[in-house]
Design a protein around this ligand. Structure first.
Ligand code: CU
Length: 229
């Protein structure tokens, strides 16, 4: 069923499958809870309702019911842990083959994008930095993109719904994440952590394009930067 925004990352489908799995357990728990809540109300005409009593849970019969609920909850958590393990590992482990490394820094209120300069290395003097509201983050399609995520001030959260990647950025700490995107196009980047009054202004765009176009973009950026240093 396609009720989610389009997925364009290699691991996105696995995240969506986990969502459905969690939803199944949550819906079952919801139905049981509603039944336990509503059934006595419908079943007992309210003139017949006995005075409400307080259960301490020490009585054997009550204890049994509480235990059943706890065990079911624990089992569903365990199934989710088993199911998510591989996906989590895939997302946590940065691929050995790094095609592009890009720095992303959150600030009040924008996402700053840092690309390697002509030396091809990030975090050196010739880095190309874009810090403009509504700007675009350009990445090549079908490549392993490694993201170095930082914050300059408060907590922000880098979120591109189409890639299924959401990562908090934390002052004083760098988080490394990655994605490999399979479809060219323009997608929304947002901040998913309330970070101040202009939080909603942290809207940028992700442009997924061919390797050629990506290199052309970096070249234009370099020329622009050297024209007005
Ligand atoms: Cu923010």
């Amino acid at each position: 069923m396609h009720i989610f925004p389009e997925n364009i990352s290699t691991y996105g489908q696995e995240i969506d499958n986990l969502f459905w799995l969690v939803l199944v357990f949550v819906v079952i728990a919801l139905v049981i809870s509603l039944f336990v809540l509503i059934y006595p109300l419908v079943n007992n005409h309210y003139t017949k309702v006995k005075k409400a009593t307080y259960f301490t849970g020490e009585n054997k019969k009550h204890f049994r019911w509480i235990s059943i609920a706890l065990v079911l909850l624990g089992m569903s958590d365990f199934v989710i842990l088993l199911a998510e393990h591989n996906t989590w590992e895939e997302i946590e482990n940065i691929p050995a083959k790094v095609d592009v490394r890009i720095g992303i820094t959150g600030r009040q209120w924008n996402w700053i994008f840092t690309y390697p300069g002509p030396d091809g290395k990030l975090n050196t003097g010739d880095d190309l930095v874009v810090d403009e509201q509504n700007s675009e983050l350009h990445v090549p399609v079908n490549k392993n993109i490694i993201l170095e995520l930082r914050s300059r001030d408060v907590l922000h959260s880098f979120f591109v719904v189409n890639t299924r990647l959401k990562q908090d950025v934390i002052p004083g700490r760098m988080n490394t994440r990655w994605f490999n995107l399979t479809k060219e196009g323009k997608y929304d980047i947002s901040c998913a952590e309330i970070c101040g009054v202009l939080h909603a202004k942290m809207r940028n765009f992700l442009v997924v394009e061919s390797q050629d176009k990506y290199e052309q973009y970096l070249k234009t950026l370099y020329e622009k930067n050297t024209a007005n240093p």
